[in-house]
Design a binder for this molecule. Sequence first.
Ligand code: UDP
Ligand code: MG
Length: 305
Amino acid sequence: MINGIKLIEIIIPIYNEENNISLICEEIFKLKVEKIKFLIHYIDDGSKDNSWKLIKDLSNKYEHVNGTKLTRNFGKDHAILAGIQKCKSDFALIMDGDLQHPVNTIIELVHKINSENCDVVTGNKIYQDQSFFRTVYYYIFKQLTAIDLKNNSDFKIINKKVINFLTQSTEKNFFFRGMIEWSGFKLDKVDFKVGERIHGKSKYNFSSLLHIGFNSIFSYSTTPLRLITISGLILLFISSLLFLRTIYLKIFSTVFDGYTSLMILILIFLSFLIISVGVVGEYLAKIYTEIKYRPPYIIYETTKK
Ligand code: UDP
Ligand code: MG
């Protein structure tokens, strides 16, 4: 029995999904969950194909379809934020537009947020063929931030408290999953099997994942800075020993240290130095982005007011 939920706004970020847009809409409107109505918000994240035209057509055809077009590609997380900031009702559900998040699982998400005393219900991926790179990234992310993203997904339903919190978010490097885990709202989950992508292909290649990976790690953890300090101390200790050894050799022996050991030392110290400057630079870049006060996304046009 669903208590008082009348409307759920479904946010779907879209980047070149022309073959999936109407399919997902039809599937959602076929769902029967007691007396609940669904309102779909497609957020076109700078698609270069026919996606926006299809969204406009659907919005003309159905009262419960809205379209928002961003000026360019701002990234999935920012498209999700744009959608959440459009929500007016008490519940928002976020899902991918490629049907990899099964539409039927919506029913379970809705029932769980209704029956349990929680603010967010997340779709928990029980099985997905994951690239080696993603596995390594999730592992490092967990070590550095204590947030486990391995089975986590953007497939979530959130209540008004969370919508209000995210609506006020001014963070420029918005990372949806990270923000939810960080926020401390009451979480629960529902298992789902990630579907196959039938049309189109994944929008993430090695370099975009690397970009997102660095971005999210530096947004959610300052451990890399701490690691630099710790490694600096360890290196200081090693250099002190080497310093003593050099003095000892100078006094008690005529033997000169070889070229090899010198080169090795220089190389190790130089690479450490460059990496450290790089890490500090990453945080500087983050601060720079935040203080520019630029919006995380820009809306170009919407289909309905
Ligand atoms: N997406 C987006 N902006 C982007 C990349 C992706 O809005 O810059 C959307 C995409 O259209 C899809 C969802 O985010 O609806 C998930 O993308 P994808 O299927 O490529 O990710 P994967 O399943 O490989 O994690
Ligand atoms: Mg996908």
